[in-house]
Design a binder for this molecule. Structure first.
Ligand SMILES: Cc1ncc(COP(=O)(O)O)c(C=O)c1O
Length: 428
Protein backbone atom coordinates (compact mmCIF):
# COMPACT_ATOMS: atom_id res chain seq x y z
CA UNK A 1 0.00 0.00 0.00
CA UNK A 2 1.44 3.35 -1.02
CA UNK A 3 1.16 6.48 1.09
CA UNK A 4 -1.45 7.93 -1.30
CA UNK A 5 -3.89 5.08 -0.58
CA UNK A 6 -3.20 5.43 3.13
CA UNK A 7 -4.14 9.10 3.19
CA UNK A 8 -7.37 8.38 1.34
CA UNK A 9 -8.28 5.42 3.55
CA UNK A 10 -7.45 7.36 6.71
CA UNK A 11 -9.65 10.28 5.73
CA UNK A 12 -12.51 8.04 4.76
CA UNK A 13 -12.47 5.48 7.56
CA UNK A 14 -10.69 6.88 10.63
CA UNK A 15 -11.75 9.58 13.09
CA UNK A 16 -9.91 12.80 12.27
CA UNK A 17 -8.48 12.88 15.80
CA UNK A 18 -6.31 9.87 14.93
CA UNK A 19 -3.43 12.28 14.61
CA UNK A 20 -0.37 11.14 12.72
CA UNK A 21 3.06 12.70 12.34
CA UNK A 22 4.23 14.31 9.07
CA UNK A 23 2.41 16.18 6.30
CA UNK A 24 2.04 12.80 4.54
CA UNK A 25 1.45 10.04 7.13
CA UNK A 26 4.07 7.32 7.28
CA UNK A 27 2.84 3.74 6.91
CA UNK A 28 5.16 1.39 8.78
CA UNK A 29 5.23 -2.21 7.66
CA UNK A 30 7.99 -3.99 9.55
CA UNK A 31 10.80 -3.54 12.01
CA UNK A 32 13.86 -5.22 13.49
CA UNK A 33 15.94 -3.87 16.33
CA UNK A 34 16.09 -0.09 15.95
CA UNK A 35 15.21 -0.15 12.22
CA UNK A 36 11.77 0.09 10.68
CA UNK A 37 10.68 -0.17 7.06
CA UNK A 38 7.77 1.68 5.50
CA UNK A 39 5.19 0.30 3.09
CA UNK A 40 7.21 1.57 0.14
CA UNK A 41 10.32 -0.30 1.31
CA UNK A 42 12.30 2.67 2.74
CA UNK A 43 14.28 2.06 5.91
CA UNK A 44 14.54 4.36 8.92
CA UNK A 45 16.44 4.48 12.18
CA UNK A 46 13.67 4.54 14.76
CA UNK A 47 14.46 7.01 17.54
CA UNK A 48 10.96 7.02 18.98
CA UNK A 49 10.12 3.30 19.36
CA UNK A 50 6.37 3.73 18.86
CA UNK A 51 6.29 6.33 21.67
CA UNK A 52 8.85 4.75 24.02
CA UNK A 53 7.08 1.41 23.77
CA UNK A 54 9.39 -0.82 21.76
CA UNK A 55 11.76 -1.05 24.68
CA UNK A 56 14.07 -3.93 23.69
CA UNK A 57 13.84 -3.53 19.90
CA UNK A 58 11.39 -4.38 17.14
CA UNK A 59 10.68 -8.08 16.60
CA UNK A 60 12.91 -9.10 19.50
CA UNK A 61 13.38 -12.85 18.93
CA UNK A 62 12.98 -13.81 22.57
CA UNK A 63 9.84 -11.75 23.15
CA UNK A 64 8.33 -12.87 19.86
CA UNK A 65 9.04 -16.56 20.54
CA UNK A 66 7.38 -16.31 23.97
CA UNK A 67 4.36 -14.54 22.48
CA UNK A 68 3.97 -17.05 19.62
CA UNK A 69 4.18 -19.96 22.02
CA UNK A 70 1.53 -18.43 24.27
CA UNK A 71 -0.76 -17.64 21.31
CA UNK A 72 -0.55 -21.32 20.35
CA UNK A 73 -1.49 -22.34 23.89
CA UNK A 74 -4.16 -19.87 24.97
CA UNK A 75 -4.87 -16.27 24.04
CA UNK A 76 -7.43 -15.19 26.59
CA UNK A 77 -8.90 -16.12 29.94
CA UNK A 78 -10.48 -12.89 31.36
CA UNK A 79 -9.98 -12.02 35.00
CA UNK A 80 -12.81 -14.40 36.00
CA UNK A 81 -10.03 -16.98 35.97
CA UNK A 82 -6.38 -16.83 36.89
CA UNK A 83 -3.55 -17.58 34.50
CA UNK A 84 0.02 -18.34 35.47
CA UNK A 85 1.69 -15.58 33.39
CA UNK A 86 -0.44 -12.95 35.18
CA UNK A 87 0.57 -14.28 38.60
CA UNK A 88 4.21 -14.49 37.54
CA UNK A 89 4.22 -10.91 36.25
CA UNK A 90 2.51 -9.59 39.41
CA UNK A 91 5.20 -11.27 41.53
CA UNK A 92 7.97 -9.99 39.26
CA UNK A 93 6.70 -6.40 39.46
CA UNK A 94 6.57 -6.62 43.25
CA UNK A 95 10.18 -7.87 43.24
CA UNK A 96 11.64 -5.15 41.03
CA UNK A 97 9.70 -2.05 42.12
CA UNK A 98 11.07 0.09 44.95
CA UNK A 99 9.77 0.17 48.52
CA UNK A 100 6.69 -1.74 49.59
CA UNK A 101 4.86 -1.79 46.25
CA UNK A 102 3.33 -5.24 46.07
CA UNK A 103 -0.14 -5.77 44.60
CA UNK A 104 -1.00 -5.20 40.93
CA UNK A 105 -4.10 -4.67 38.80
CA UNK A 106 -3.63 -5.30 35.07
CA UNK A 107 -5.37 -3.44 32.28
CA UNK A 108 -4.75 -2.73 28.59
CA UNK A 109 -3.36 0.78 28.46
CA UNK A 110 -1.74 3.55 30.42
CA UNK A 111 -5.01 5.43 30.58
CA UNK A 112 -6.76 2.56 32.32
CA UNK A 113 -3.83 2.09 34.67
CA UNK A 114 -4.09 5.78 35.62
CA UNK A 115 -7.83 5.41 36.23
CA UNK A 116 -7.09 2.43 38.47
CA UNK A 117 -4.44 4.37 40.39
CA UNK A 118 -6.65 7.38 41.09
CA UNK A 119 -9.55 5.13 42.10
CA UNK A 120 -7.23 3.29 44.50
CA UNK A 121 -5.92 6.53 46.03
CA UNK A 122 -9.48 7.76 46.52
CA UNK A 123 -10.65 4.44 48.01
CA UNK A 124 -7.71 4.37 50.42
CA UNK A 125 -7.85 7.97 51.59
CA UNK A 126 -11.63 8.39 51.41
CA UNK A 127 -10.88 11.71 49.69
CA UNK A 128 -11.45 12.98 46.20
CA UNK A 129 -9.08 15.77 45.22
CA UNK A 130 -5.98 15.11 43.15
CA UNK A 131 -3.02 17.35 42.35
CA UNK A 132 -1.40 16.94 38.95
CA UNK A 133 1.37 18.90 37.27
CA UNK A 134 1.14 21.45 34.51
CA UNK A 135 2.43 20.16 31.15
CA UNK A 136 1.66 16.59 32.23
CA UNK A 137 0.10 13.86 30.09
CA UNK A 138 -1.75 10.94 31.67
CA UNK A 139 -3.98 9.52 28.94
CA UNK A 140 -7.21 9.92 27.00
CA UNK A 141 -10.19 9.16 29.28
CA UNK A 142 -12.18 12.02 30.80
CA UNK A 143 -10.27 11.68 34.08
CA UNK A 144 -6.91 11.31 32.36
CA UNK A 145 -7.47 14.28 30.06
CA UNK A 146 -8.44 16.35 33.09
CA UNK A 147 -5.22 15.32 34.85
CA UNK A 148 -3.36 16.12 31.65
CA UNK A 149 -2.40 19.78 31.77
CA UNK A 150 -2.45 20.77 28.14
CA UNK A 151 -5.59 22.28 26.63
CA UNK A 152 -4.91 20.65 23.26
CA UNK A 153 -5.57 17.18 24.69
CA UNK A 154 -8.62 18.11 26.74
CA UNK A 155 -12.18 17.11 25.98
CA UNK A 156 -14.97 19.63 26.49
CA UNK A 157 -15.91 18.37 29.94
CA UNK A 158 -13.10 18.27 32.48
CA UNK A 159 -13.95 16.59 35.79
CA UNK A 160 -14.06 18.39 39.15
CA UNK A 161 -11.59 17.79 41.98
CA UNK A 162 -8.31 18.18 40.10
CA UNK A 163 -5.86 21.06 40.48
CA UNK A 164 -2.56 21.63 38.71
CA UNK A 165 0.71 22.66 40.31
CA UNK A 166 3.59 24.34 38.51
CA UNK A 167 6.03 21.80 37.12
CA UNK A 168 9.79 22.03 37.48
CA UNK A 169 10.39 23.42 33.99
CA UNK A 170 13.72 25.08 34.71
CA UNK A 171 14.28 26.23 31.10
CA UNK A 172 11.07 28.28 31.36
CA UNK A 173 10.69 28.76 35.10
CA UNK A 174 7.17 29.99 35.94
CA UNK A 175 8.68 32.12 38.71
CA UNK A 176 11.44 33.58 36.58
CA UNK A 177 14.00 32.02 38.95
CA UNK A 178 17.11 29.92 38.36
CA UNK A 179 18.13 26.64 39.93
CA UNK A 180 19.56 26.15 42.56
CA UNK A 181 18.97 29.67 43.86
CA UNK A 182 15.21 29.12 43.45
CA UNK A 183 15.22 26.57 46.31
CA UNK A 184 12.72 24.59 44.19
CA UNK A 185 10.01 27.21 44.69
CA UNK A 186 7.73 25.20 42.36
CA UNK A 187 7.80 22.23 44.73
CA UNK A 188 7.37 24.39 47.84
CA UNK A 189 4.34 26.08 46.26
CA UNK A 190 2.40 22.83 46.72
CA UNK A 191 1.80 23.87 50.32
CA UNK A 192 -0.02 27.01 49.22
CA UNK A 193 -1.73 25.23 46.34
CA UNK A 194 -3.25 22.72 48.75
CA UNK A 195 -4.27 25.44 51.21
CA UNK A 196 -5.79 27.73 48.60
CA UNK A 197 -7.21 25.60 45.80
CA UNK A 198 -8.34 22.39 47.54
CA UNK A 199 -10.34 21.52 50.66
CA UNK A 200 -6.98 20.93 52.33
CA UNK A 201 -7.58 17.17 52.33
CA UNK A 202 -6.15 15.73 49.13
CA UNK A 203 -6.24 12.11 47.97
CA UNK A 204 -3.14 12.13 45.79
CA UNK A 205 -0.38 13.86 43.93
CA UNK A 206 0.23 12.34 40.49
CA UNK A 207 3.34 13.04 38.44
CA UNK A 208 5.74 11.64 35.86
CA UNK A 209 9.37 11.47 37.08
CA UNK A 210 10.31 13.09 33.75
CA UNK A 211 7.39 14.56 31.84
CA UNK A 212 6.98 12.69 28.56
CA UNK A 213 4.48 14.24 26.17
CA UNK A 214 5.19 17.54 27.97
CA UNK A 215 8.63 17.57 26.34
CA UNK A 216 10.92 15.42 28.52
CA UNK A 217 10.91 18.07 31.24
CA UNK A 218 13.38 16.92 33.87
CA UNK A 219 13.11 18.23 37.43
CA UNK A 220 16.04 19.06 39.73
CA UNK A 221 17.08 16.17 42.00
CA UNK A 222 15.28 17.35 45.15
CA UNK A 223 11.99 18.33 43.47
CA UNK A 224 10.11 15.12 44.25
CA UNK A 225 11.39 14.80 47.83
CA UNK A 226 10.12 18.28 48.67
CA UNK A 227 6.83 17.93 46.75
CA UNK A 228 5.88 14.46 48.00
CA UNK A 229 6.72 15.39 51.60
CA UNK A 230 4.24 18.28 51.44
CA UNK A 231 1.53 16.10 49.90
CA UNK A 232 2.00 13.39 52.53
CA UNK A 233 1.81 15.94 55.35
CA UNK A 234 -1.62 16.80 53.97
CA UNK A 235 -2.68 13.15 53.93
CA UNK A 236 -2.30 12.41 50.20
CA UNK A 237 -0.49 9.53 48.54
CA UNK A 238 1.98 9.75 45.66
CA UNK A 239 1.01 8.17 42.32
CA UNK A 240 4.09 7.86 40.16
CA UNK A 241 3.31 7.62 36.45
CA UNK A 242 6.16 5.52 35.04
CA UNK A 243 4.41 4.90 31.72
CA UNK A 244 7.29 6.49 29.79
CA UNK A 245 10.11 6.43 32.35
CA UNK A 246 9.82 2.83 33.55
CA UNK A 247 11.98 -0.26 33.01
CA UNK A 248 15.40 1.23 32.44
CA UNK A 249 14.46 4.04 30.04
CA UNK A 250 16.15 6.73 32.15
CA UNK A 251 19.35 4.74 32.68
CA UNK A 252 21.08 3.33 35.80
CA UNK A 253 17.79 2.43 37.52
CA UNK A 254 14.71 0.42 36.55
CA UNK A 255 12.39 3.32 37.34
CA UNK A 256 12.61 7.04 36.78
CA UNK A 257 11.57 7.91 40.32
CA UNK A 258 14.61 6.05 41.70
CA UNK A 259 16.76 8.94 40.45
CA UNK A 260 14.82 11.20 42.78
CA UNK A 261 14.90 9.01 45.91
CA UNK A 262 11.18 8.81 46.66
CA UNK A 263 9.11 5.64 47.18
CA UNK A 264 5.58 6.02 45.80
CA UNK A 265 2.47 4.41 47.27
CA UNK A 266 1.23 3.69 43.74
CA UNK A 267 3.04 3.25 40.42
CA UNK A 268 1.58 3.10 36.93
CA UNK A 269 3.05 1.25 33.94
CA UNK A 270 2.18 0.63 30.29
CA UNK A 271 4.08 1.25 27.01
CA UNK A 272 7.56 -0.31 27.28
CA UNK A 273 6.64 -3.00 29.80
CA UNK A 274 5.65 -5.49 27.09
CA UNK A 275 7.69 -4.25 24.09
CA UNK A 276 4.54 -3.31 22.19
CA UNK A 277 1.94 -5.82 23.37
CA UNK A 278 -1.00 -3.86 24.83
CA UNK A 279 -0.66 -3.61 28.60
CA UNK A 280 -1.38 -1.42 31.58
CA UNK A 281 -0.45 -2.13 35.18
CA UNK A 282 -1.02 -0.39 38.48
CA UNK A 283 0.96 -1.53 41.51
CA UNK A 284 0.30 -0.31 45.04
CA UNK A 285 1.47 -0.85 48.59
CA UNK A 286 -0.74 -3.48 50.29
CA UNK A 287 -2.89 -1.13 52.35
CA UNK A 288 -3.77 0.99 49.29
CA UNK A 289 -4.50 -2.04 47.08
CA UNK A 290 -6.56 -3.64 49.83
CA UNK A 291 -8.87 -0.60 49.90
CA UNK A 292 -10.08 -1.52 46.39
CA UNK A 293 -12.88 -3.87 47.30
CA UNK A 294 -15.70 -2.83 44.93
CA UNK A 295 -16.56 -4.78 41.80
CA UNK A 296 -14.12 -4.14 38.94
CA UNK A 297 -13.35 -6.09 35.83
CA UNK A 298 -10.98 -5.63 32.92
CA UNK A 299 -11.89 -8.24 30.32
CA UNK A 300 -8.49 -8.13 28.61
CA UNK A 301 -6.53 -7.11 31.71
CA UNK A 302 -3.99 -9.80 32.61
CA UNK A 303 -4.28 -11.27 29.12
CA UNK A 304 -1.75 -14.14 29.03
CA UNK A 305 -0.21 -13.01 25.73
CA UNK A 306 0.54 -9.51 27.03
CA UNK A 307 1.69 -10.96 30.36
CA UNK A 308 4.11 -13.32 28.61
CA UNK A 309 5.37 -10.47 26.43
CA UNK A 310 6.04 -8.43 29.57
CA UNK A 311 7.79 -11.29 31.36
CA UNK A 312 10.04 -11.90 28.34
CA UNK A 313 10.74 -8.16 27.96
CA UNK A 314 11.71 -7.90 31.63
CA UNK A 315 14.00 -10.91 31.29
CA UNK A 316 15.81 -9.22 28.41
CA UNK A 317 16.05 -5.92 30.31
CA UNK A 318 17.47 -7.62 33.42
CA UNK A 319 19.77 -10.13 31.73
CA UNK A 320 21.27 -7.56 29.39
CA UNK A 321 21.44 -5.03 32.24
CA UNK A 322 19.79 -2.46 30.02
CA UNK A 323 19.55 0.25 32.72
CA UNK A 324 23.38 0.36 32.86
CA UNK A 325 23.70 0.18 29.09
CA UNK A 326 21.11 2.94 28.65
CA UNK A 327 23.11 5.15 31.03
CA UNK A 328 26.14 4.75 28.71
CA UNK A 329 24.42 5.09 25.33
CA UNK A 330 22.25 7.89 26.75
CA UNK A 331 25.37 9.77 27.75
CA UNK A 332 26.79 9.51 24.23
CA UNK A 333 23.47 10.68 22.79
CA UNK A 334 23.21 13.59 25.22
CA UNK A 335 26.80 14.72 24.58
CA UNK A 336 26.28 14.53 20.82
CA UNK A 337 23.09 16.58 20.99
CA UNK A 338 24.75 19.14 23.28
CA UNK A 339 27.51 19.47 20.68
CA UNK A 340 24.83 20.24 18.09
CA UNK A 341 23.37 22.81 20.49
CA UNK A 342 26.72 24.64 20.53
CA UNK A 343 26.65 25.04 16.75
CA UNK A 344 22.97 25.76 16.21
CA UNK A 345 21.34 28.61 18.14
CA UNK A 346 17.86 27.24 17.41
CA UNK A 347 18.65 24.32 19.72
CA UNK A 348 17.63 26.03 22.96
CA UNK A 349 17.76 23.22 25.48
CA UNK A 350 18.89 19.60 25.56
CA UNK A 351 17.64 17.69 28.60
CA UNK A 352 16.58 14.32 29.92
CA UNK A 353 18.06 11.17 31.33
CA UNK A 354 19.24 7.93 29.74
CA UNK A 355 17.56 7.33 26.39
CA UNK A 356 14.87 9.93 26.98
CA UNK A 357 16.34 13.12 25.56
CA UNK A 358 14.39 16.24 24.66
CA UNK A 359 15.64 18.93 22.30
CA UNK A 360 13.75 22.20 22.60
CA UNK A 361 13.81 24.32 19.44
CA UNK A 362 13.56 28.09 19.83
CA UNK A 363 13.73 31.38 17.97
CA UNK A 364 14.74 34.83 19.22
CA UNK A 365 14.75 35.22 23.02
CA UNK A 366 13.86 31.53 23.55
CA UNK A 367 10.52 31.91 21.77
CA UNK A 368 9.12 28.39 21.18
CA UNK A 369 9.58 27.39 17.53
CA UNK A 370 6.98 24.69 16.69
CA UNK A 371 7.31 25.31 12.92
CA UNK A 372 10.99 24.56 13.16
CA UNK A 373 10.22 21.34 15.04
CA UNK A 374 7.79 20.31 12.29
CA UNK A 375 10.35 21.12 9.61
CA UNK A 376 12.99 19.20 11.57
CA UNK A 377 10.81 16.09 11.63
CA UNK A 378 10.12 16.22 7.89
CA UNK A 379 13.83 16.63 7.11
CA UNK A 380 14.74 13.88 9.56
CA UNK A 381 12.31 11.59 7.76
CA UNK A 382 14.07 12.44 4.49
CA UNK A 383 17.41 11.60 6.14
CA UNK A 384 15.97 8.25 7.24
CA UNK A 385 15.46 8.88 10.95
CA UNK A 386 12.28 9.06 12.99
CA UNK A 387 11.97 11.29 16.06
CA UNK A 388 8.97 12.28 18.18
CA UNK A 389 7.62 15.68 19.08
CA UNK A 390 5.99 17.11 22.18
CA UNK A 391 5.85 20.00 24.62
CA UNK A 392 3.04 22.40 25.41
CA UNK A 393 4.21 24.55 22.50
CA UNK A 394 4.93 21.61 20.18
CA UNK A 395 8.56 22.66 19.87
CA UNK A 396 10.37 19.80 21.62
CA UNK A 397 11.87 16.89 19.70
CA UNK A 398 11.65 13.67 21.65
CA UNK A 399 14.46 11.21 21.12
CA UNK A 400 13.91 7.84 22.77
CA UNK A 401 15.07 4.87 20.69
CA UNK A 402 14.64 1.24 21.74
CA UNK A 403 16.95 0.67 24.71
CA UNK A 404 18.85 -1.96 22.74
CA UNK A 405 20.39 0.71 20.49
CA UNK A 406 24.17 0.30 20.14
CA UNK A 407 26.79 3.06 20.39
CA UNK A 408 27.39 2.73 16.63
CA UNK A 409 23.70 3.27 15.98
CA UNK A 410 23.71 6.29 18.32
CA UNK A 411 26.65 7.68 16.30
CA UNK A 412 24.71 7.08 13.08
CA UNK A 413 21.67 8.82 14.56
CA UNK A 414 23.76 11.83 15.64
CA UNK A 415 25.26 12.05 12.20
CA UNK A 416 21.82 12.14 10.58
CA UNK A 417 20.46 14.62 13.13
CA UNK A 418 23.51 16.81 12.51
CA UNK A 419 22.69 16.84 8.79
CA UNK A 420 19.12 17.86 9.60
CA UNK A 421 20.43 20.76 11.72
CA UNK A 422 22.66 21.88 8.85
CA UNK A 423 19.72 21.85 6.45
CA UNK A 424 17.59 23.72 8.97
CA UNK A 425 20.20 26.45 9.44
CA UNK A 426 19.04 28.15 6.29
CA UNK A 427 15.46 28.31 7.59
CA UNK A 428 15.93 29.22 11.25
C1 LIG B 1 3.07 9.38 31.09
C2 LIG B 1 1.88 8.77 30.40
N1 LIG B 1 0.88 8.32 31.15
C3 LIG B 1 -0.20 7.73 30.61
C4 LIG B 1 -0.31 7.60 29.23
C5 LIG B 1 -1.51 6.94 28.62
O1 LIG B 1 -1.16 5.71 28.08
P1 LIG B 1 -2.04 5.04 26.91
O2 LIG B 1 -1.83 5.85 25.67
O3 LIG B 1 -1.50 3.65 26.84
O4 LIG B 1 -3.46 5.06 27.37
C6 LIG B 1 0.73 8.05 28.42
C7 LIG B 1 0.66 7.93 26.95
O5 LIG B 1 1.40 8.53 26.21
C8 LIG B 1 1.85 8.65 29.02
O6 LIG B 1 2.87 9.12 28.28
Amino acid sequence: MGNGDAVELKEKYLFPNVRTYYSQPLVLAEGRGVRVRDAAGRDYLDLFGGILTVSVGHAHPRVNAAVCEQVGRMMHTSTCYLNQPMLDLARRLAEITPGRLQKSFFTNSGTEAIETAVAAARAYTGRHEVIALRHSYHGRSQLATTLTANAAWRTSSPLPGIVHAHNAYCYRCAYGLSYPGCDVACARDLEELIRTTTTGAVAAFIAEPIQGVGGFITPPPEYFRVAVDIVRRHGGVFICDEVQTGFGRTGSFMFGIEHWGVEPEIMVFAKGLANGAPIGATIAVPEVADACTGYSISTFGGNPVSMIAALATLEVIMEEDLPARVARTGDVLMQGLRALQEHHPFVGDVRGKGLMVGVELVGEAKAPAPDLALAFMELAREEGVLVGRGGLYGNVLRIAPPMSISEDEVAEALDKLGRVCQRLNGRA
